[in-house]
Structures are given as structure tokens and as C-alpha cells.
Design a protein around this ligand. Structure first.
Ligand code: ZN
Length: 406
């Protein structure tokens, strides 16, 4: 995905950027609603009413259904698969109170919350983390479509943001952040190498970390706690770049960031208030570094409500990257119109074209794709949206991409 700077501004050259490889003009970010039968199986597994094999069969069936709905998939849970990482209940004091969702834990009266603690040397597990799922997914599509499949991986900075330099790892194992991240980076590199060897050409990191830096409350809290937020942001960018160093040229790597995607259902309000979201704030604070220093090909950005700020920060987008605008909300069923999406995309194209790196408007438009803001079910019970509404949202993304972007 490299573009020669001397060709910029020429619409003929811009049209050579055909989007036949990921990211596509109509994109998807996260999870789909889990079926009732899958949720029931998981509940049975919790009470030992079914075996791990029976649960696996239900999950395989659900993945096959998801593939029928669209060619894509969402995975989770990389940290606990690495050796050295323990999934345990942790005291609330080990979480950083300046993070909005931790404030919610405190508000709700939680004294302890399950999380990951690094208790040993981090190592990639033989056989990989997402490899078996990717092999299964491959079996569901035509060989020529394998390169289009996307594997979503949890961001490497997530646990460190949550627990900080003091509570992320046992200091008997790692003395410094640098030592912790060096082994974590190696484990991620092994995973990406294994996925690539299996045919994967499209990776999406799912990482709200960056959006959390957009929230004034988080940055103010960091300052009060003595955390240098700019240095921390630099560290996190470096961790990604170390993982992605020397990656194959035909491996597309994207990053999704958003401010939380959990809308509490009316029937489940206790103890959370209705409409809870994690944080708010535009991309302005991070945009320069985020778009220019982070060595990914593409960004999936939340843009479905005013909490994500305006489109202005897109002026920092360089010429060799793609932005997927998450303009279609996943938090409610009400359907957006193609005209609304067209207005936003036109504004984005103007900002990018006239931005810090000038280019033609056609070129800028060719750097834009569209998707739902996030998954439809970032937590198991899903957002308050029906399967019919979900289907309509996915269809709208495709229709809008055809009418506006092609
Ligand atoms: Zn998201």
C-alpha cells in the first residue's frame, strides 16, 4: 500500500488505488450479535451442563452463520493465551482510577474485578492463539477469498493502560516496562508470523487505548497521578511499531479505536446508568502522532456521535494511509440515510485534501472507506438492536459505499 508522492494530486493515479485488497470501501469493525443458542450453550458451560467440545461446536456453528451474513470475523482473548499471563480477580486498587470505565467500577461499588496479571515470562504458545479459528474460518470460504478474511486482535497496550507501570507485571519477573513490552512484542510477532504463514493477510488491532487519550478527564487524571501522558503515548506507539517492524508488504494492518461500545439495555440498568459510555473527546490531542508515527495502513475511527468530536483531525492524515469512518452507529437501531453519510464523507474529503499534506479531492476521497462505528455486541449480551436492524445497517454501509465512494 505505498503511493509515490510525485503522483499525488492526479486523479488518474488516485483511481489506481482500487481497494481490491483490504481495507474495502464498505468495511466492518467488530462483533455481530451472538445467537440465543450460543449464549445458552455458554451459560451451560459455566455450570458444567455441557462439555468444552459441545461449546466449541456451538461456536463453530455461530461462526459459520456469521460468515454467511458477511465475510469477516471477530476474535478476542490474546493476553490470557500467552504463557506468563494469569486471568485472575484483581483488587480495584490495581486499576487506574483515571480511566472512565474504572470510574464506573468504583461507582458500582466493585471491590475486585477479573483481569490479567503478568506473573511469569511472557511466551507465545505453540500452536498460536487465533490460528485454529483462522484455519476453521478458511474452510468456510473459497480459496480466492482467504486473503480478504480479517482477524481482529486485542491491542498490546490494553493491560498496561489499565494497570499502569506498577500493577501490570510481577517485578520479580520484569523490572521495567521496557522489559515487559520486549517479551510481549515478541509474542505478538510470533502470532502475526503464524497467521501470515497460514494465509492471513488482514489484521485489525482493536484498541480503545488511543481514544482514551482523547478524554480530558483521563489526561487530567494521569497528570494528577504523576503519569506523563505524552511519554506514555510515545511508548504505546513504539510497542506497535516494534511488533510491525519487518512485516510482509502484503499484510494489511489496521487499528480500530473507540470510546467504548456498551449501551446498557433498559432492562439491565442496575447498577449502571442508561446510555453509559466510557469517555468522550475528539482526536485532536493525538491526531498528529496517531496518523503519522503509528506504522499501520489504516484506521477504523468512531464517528457516530458527537462524543468523538469533529472531522477536523483528519487533516493530519498522510497520503499513504486509509481511514474507515465509523459513521453508522451500532448503539441503536435507527437507520442513518445515505444523504447523511454523503455529507460527512464530503466534509472529510475536503479536510483531508486541504490538510497538512495537500492532495486532490479525488485522491482524498479514495482514502476514505465506511463502516459501522464498532461491533454490534462488544459484550456478550449485545447492544439494544435487533438482528433485522443489524442486517439493515450492514446493507446501508454497502449501499452508501457504492453510491458515494465508487
Ligand atoms: Zn470499538
Amino acid at each position: 500500500m505505498s503511493l509515490a508522492p510525485e503522483t499525488l494530486g492526479d486523479t488518474t493515479d488516485a483511481s489506481s488505488f482500487l481497494h481490491l485488497n483490504p481495507p474495502f470501501r464498505a468495511e466492518h469493525v467488530g462483533s455481530l450479535l451472538r445467537s440465543a443458542s450460543l449464549l445458552e450453550r455458554r451459560a451451560q458451560f459455566q455450570t458444567s451442563a455441557c462439555t468444552a467440545e459441545e461449546l466449541r461446536a456451538a461456536e463453530d456453528a455461530a461462526i459459520a452463520d456469521a460468515v454467511k451474513l458477511q465475510q469477516g470475523a471477530f476474535y478476542e482473548g490474546i493476553f490470557e493465551q500467552f504463557s506468563g499471563m494469569s486471568n485472575i480477580v484483581r483488587p480495584i486498587e490495581t486499576f487506574k482510577a483515571y480511566l472512565p470505565y474504572v470510574q464506573f467500577f468504583i461507582y458500582a461499588g466493585f471491590k475486585e474485578v477479573p483481569s490479567i496479571y503478568c506473573t511469569g515470562k511472557i511466551q507465545w504458545p505453540e500452536g498460536g492463539v487465533h490460528l485454529r479459528d483462522f484455519e476453521y474460518l478458511k474452510s468456510l470460504v473459497q480459496p480466492q477469498d482467504i486473503k480478504k478474511l480479517k482477524v481482529t486482535v486485542c491491542g498490546p497496550t490494553w493491560m498496561h493502560l489499565r494497570h499502569g507501570s506498577d500493577n501490570t507485571y510481577d517485578t520479580a519477573v520484569y523490572k521495567t516496562d521496557d522489559a515487559y513490552f520486549a517479551d510481549l512484542v515478541q509474542a505478538y510477532r510470533e502470532e502475526l508470523r503464524a497467521l501470515y504463514a497460514s494465509g492471513c493477510r488482514n489484521i485489525q488491532f482493536d484498541d480503545p487505548t488511543f481514544a482514551f487519550f482523547c478524554a480530558d478527564s483521563t489526561v487530567e487524571g494521569m497528570k494528577k497521578a504523576g503519569v506523563n501522558w505524552e511519554k506514555l503515548l510515545d511508548t504505546y506507539i513504539r510497542v506497535y511499531n516494534d511488533i510491525l517492524q519487518d512485516r510482509p508488504g502484503d499484510l494489511t494492518v489496521c487499528l480500530h479505536t473507540c470510546r467504548g461500545n456498551y449501551k446498557v439495555r433498559a432492562a439491565r440498568t442496575s447498577p449502571a446508568p442508561l446510555g453509559l459510555h466510557y469517555c468522550e473527546g475528539g482526536y485532536d490531542r493525538i491526531a498528529q502522532k496517531f496518523f503519522n508515527e503509528l506504522k499501520v495502513d489504516c484506521y477504523y475511527l468512531e464517528y457516530d456521535t458527537e462524543r468523538a468530536g469533529d472531522l477536523e483531525p483528519l487533516k493530519y492524515l498522510p497520503q499513504n494511509k486509509i481511514v474507515v469512518l465509523g459513521l453508522v452507529t451500532t448503539k441503536k437501531g435507527q437507520l442513518e440515510t445515505v444523504e447523511e453519510l454523503r455529507d460527512a464523507i464530503n466534509e472529510a474529503a475536503d479536510l483531508i485534501a486541504q490538510g497538512n499534506f495537500k492532495r486532490s479531492r479525488a485522491y482524498a476521497l479514495n482514502q476514505i472507506c465506511i463502516s459501522p462505528q464498532c461491533g454490534f455486541a462488544s459484550v456478550a449480551e449485545g447492544n439494544p438492536i435487533t438482528e433485522e436492524e443489524q442486517r439493515a445497517k450492514l446493507a446501508l454501509v454497502v449501499e452508501a459505499a457504492k453510491k458515494i465512494l465508487e
